[in-house]
Design a protein around this ligand. Structure first.
Ligand SMILES: NC(=O)c1ccc[n+]([C@@H]2O[C@H](COP(=O)([O-])OP(=O)(O)OC[C@H]3O[C@@H](n4cnc5c(N)ncnc54)[C@H](OP(=O)(O)O)[C@@H]3O)[C@@H](O)[C@H]2O)c1
Length: 307
C-alpha cells in the first residue's frame, strides 16, 4: 500500500495536537479525481474544529457530528489547489496534468499530499493567472461571502449601500471585493491595522473600530453584513434603512458550496483584479505555528500552507 504525508488531528485541543504522519494514499473511484495538492489554507473553520471552539450545547452537537473525542476525519483542511494525477474511469471533465482548485467543506482532508474528490463536485480548473497559493486562498472566504451576499440581491439594487463589519478576515476581504463588484458602495469596519488593506480592496469608506467613535456620523445602509461574527448586533441593526437586511456569519446559517460560486471567484480573479489577500504562508511542517497564528483571530485575509 502506498502512503503519503498528511497532518492529522490526534484529539481536540491546542495547535500541538496536530502531527505530521504517514497515512494511506487515496485512490480515485470511478467518478473521482486524484489531486496532488500544492497548497491549502488554514482557515478559521479548521482551528474551530481542532479546538472544539464553540459554546455550550454546540460542543455536544459538534462532537456528535465530527467525532466524540477527536475528529472522525483526522485530516483537517477544506480547501486545495493542485494538479490532477489520475482520474476515475467515468471522469470526462478532467485529465491528468490539469491544474485545479476547490473546497471539500465538511469532507475535510486537504492537509495532505493527495486528495480524491468527485469530478463533478466543488472543483474547477484553477484561474490561469493564479499561483497555487492564490488559488487555495480563494474558496473559503470567497464561497462564504458569495453565499451570504446572494441573499442581499445587491445586483438588483441601484447603488446599494453596504456595511461590511470585520472587513479584513477571510470572509470580510472577499465580501468587500464582491460587494464592490456588484456595484455597491462599501463601508468597511475594521481595526486601524486593517485600514490600508480595506482601502486597497476597494472600500469607499473605512471606519476603524479601535480609534473611531462608532456612534458618530454613520449613514444608513441597505445591507449590514457581519463577516466576522463580532458586531454588536443591536447597534448595527440600527444602521439599517427601512427594509434593510442584516446578515451575519455568527448564526446557525452555514454557508454551502456550489460550483457557480467557484466559477464566479475564478472569473473575478482572472478578469476583475480580485485580490486573494494572502497574509502569511507556512510549509506543511510548520502546521502548529500556522494554527497558532490563525487562533489569534487577527490574520488579514488568508493563511496558506504549502504542501
Ligand atoms: N456561517 C458560516 O457558514 C461561516 C463560514 C465561514 C466562516 N464563518 C465564521 O466567520 C467568522 C469569520 O471567519 P474568517 O475566516 O473570515 O475569520 P478570520 O479570517 O480569522 O478573521 C480574522 C479577522 O477578523 C478581524 N477582527 C477580529 N476581531 C474583530 C472585531 N472585534 N471586530 C472586527 N474585526 C475583527 C481581525 O482583524 P483585527 O484584529 O485587526 O480587527 C482579522 O483580520 C468565523 O467566526 C468563522 O467561524 C462562518
Amino acid at each position: 500500500m502506498s502512503t503519503m504525508k498528511a497532518v492529522i488531528c490526534t484529539r481536540y485541543g491546542g495547535p500541538e495536537v496536530l502531527q505530521l504522519a504517514d497515512v494511506p494514499k487515496p485512490e480515485a473511484k470511478k467518478d473521482e479525481i486524484l489531486v496532488k495538492i500544492n497548497a491549502t489554507a488554514v482557515n478559521s473553520g479548521d482551528v474551530r474544529v481542532r479546538g472544539l471552539a464553540v459554546e455550550g450545547i454546540m460542543k455536544v452537537v459538534m462532537r456528535l457530528v465530527l467525532g466524540i473525542s477527536k475528529p472522525r476525519k483526522p485530516i483537517l483542511g477544506t480547501v486545495f489547489s493542485g494538479i490532477v494525477e489520475s482520474t476515475g474511469r467515468d471522469v470526462a471533465n478532467f485529465k491528468p496534468g490539469d491544474e485545479v482548485f476547490g473546497m471539500t467543506g465538511f469532507q475535510f482532508g486537504t492537509y495532505a499530499e493527495y486528495i480524491t474528490v468527485k469530478a463533478k463536485g466543488n472543483v474547477l480548473s484553477k484561474p490561469s493567472n493564479a499561483s497555487f497559493e492564490e488559488a487555495a486562498a480563494l474558496p473559503f472566504g470567497g464561497q462564504t461571502a458569495i453565499y451570504f451576499l446572494e441573499k442581499a440581491k445587491l445586483a438588483e439594487k441601484v447603488a446599494p449601500e453596504i456595511l461590511v463589519y470585520g472587513a479584513t478576515g477571510s470572509v470580510g476581504t472577499a465580501a468587500v471585493q464582491l460587494a464592490r463588484h456588484l456595484g455597491a458602495r462599501v463601508t468597511a469596519v475594521c481595526s486601524s491595522q486593517g485600514m490600508d488593506l480595506a482601502t486597497r480592496l476597494g472600500a469607499h469608506r473605512v471606519v476603524t473600530y479601535d480609534t473611531e467613535d462608532m456612534s458618530q456620523s454613520m449613514p444608513t445602509f441597505d445591507v449590514v453584513f457581519d463577516a466576522v461574527g463580532k458586531a454588536h448586533k443591536p447597534s448595527y441593526k440600527r444602521l439599517l434603512k427601512a427594509g434593510g437586511l442584516y446578515l451575519s456569519v455568527a448564526g446557525l446559517d452555514y454557508a454551502s458550496e456550489n460550483i457557480a460560486q467557484l466559477e464566479l471567484l475564478k472569473e473575478l480573479f482572472e478578469h476583475h483584479g480580485y485580490d486573494a489577500t494572502i497574509d502569511r504562508t507556512y510549509p506543511m511542517t510548520e502546521i502548529v505555528a500556522a494554527h497558532r497564528y490563525v487562533d489569534s483571530g487577527r490574520k488579514k485575509g488568508n493563511v496558506i500552507l504549502t504542501i
